[in-house]
Design a protein around this ligand. Sequence first.
Ligand code: ZN
Length: 460
Amino acid sequence: MRNGLVVLGGDREEFHRESHKIRSQSSSSEEEAQTNQSFPDVGVNKVEDTNVDSSSASRSPNEASAIYNTNKEDNNNNNNSKRPVLGSIQQKKNDKAPRPGFPKNPRIGVGDSKPRACPFYKKIPGTTFTVDAFRYGLIEGCSSYFLSHFHYDHYGGLSKGWSHGPIYCSPITARLVRMSLLVNPSYIRPLELDNAYVIEGVKVVLLEANHCPGATLILFHLAHGRCYLHTGDFRATKMMQSHPLLANQRVNLLYLDTTYCNPKYKFPSKEDVLEFVVKMTRNYIKNQPKTLIVVGAYSIGKECVYLAISKALGVKIYANASRRRVLHSFGWPELSGGLCSRGEDTPLHVIPISSLRHETLKKYSETYKRQYTAVLAFRPTGWTYSETTGNHLDLIKPNSRGNITIYGVPYSEHSSFLELREFVQFLRPDKIIPTVNIGTSANRDKMQSYFQEWLQPKDS
Ligand SMILES: [Zn+2]
């Protein structure tokens, strides 16, 4: 729904003025070779963090330094009294801050440590915007940096030394950027979902991406009528098809999360996986009432898995202090109310997904050996999907050793192949730019051939 239109602007000139400095460094990678192309069909995949950020920038956590004018139209939002709106956001000069674009980190410009150039598929054509492009230092011509969600492969490069320009993202992501990365708040511009904002003449709307908390799709309406959709990371749903801003929208260019753009990925719905996890847990504790249940999770994401177990068993969720801080920041009462701070107080624990190994779990459960005689662990990720089991969750075989049992469950926060197809066929964009698994031309060609097939005229 369109609740309002907010007009925002940035201090473009300041960013442009300094932008030539990093660009003047030479570049040689395949990625950089593609940087200045406007709409090539190919792209590249992996970019390593180049640590271009400085930690030396002084923080001036001065919200007032962002001046928001109020020039909102079509505003049905009763809540906007607290929300900075419209007009232009202007950055106050911070004398102590490093000059934008100046190589603050001594590694920059030395040997191969310089930041790589931003690849074309992170730049929105016809605008001065980039999406999830924080690891390239100052980007020439970029005045607004969008962040689709708070996963490292998207925010990498952001740190408290960030000074290259305003960062636009959802309110949850904004809180995480501020809280976890200590980014100077005067650079952070939270945008409410489903609200239209005008940023440098471009209408921008963030939509729910059904990925991790705070993850958004980003819709760009350019002044000359073109419309681009960037999915960030997302799991396509039927709900998206009924969203008024997508239902009748011609999309000229779709930047698509192609993580599972391969027909072998036919994993089940999240709801089915949650049902399976709850069923397995109930069965297990029927036989082994003294069982410690462990769910693996990334820094954010997969919350619904442990929430489902928590609700079904009527038990609290234990997570360590730093994870609890992050989870509280979402502002979800149901989740916040379910957390507890002592591992001894509940049989349901959340730990990093990387710790879901027999050795680590054995060590972890030592602490609780007086309370529990067994461990049941779930590793929820689409990567655990196996073609052999397919949608038949009951065929999933756990990995058991001694009293420790680990289930890999195909709980995915990215679209399956069929969901991608359905989304693309619903949206029927003029052109698709895949954003994941694009490191080889074979992959890129394969995906483009799927897209062509999906977008064939209906009556042919
Ligand atoms: Zn992600």
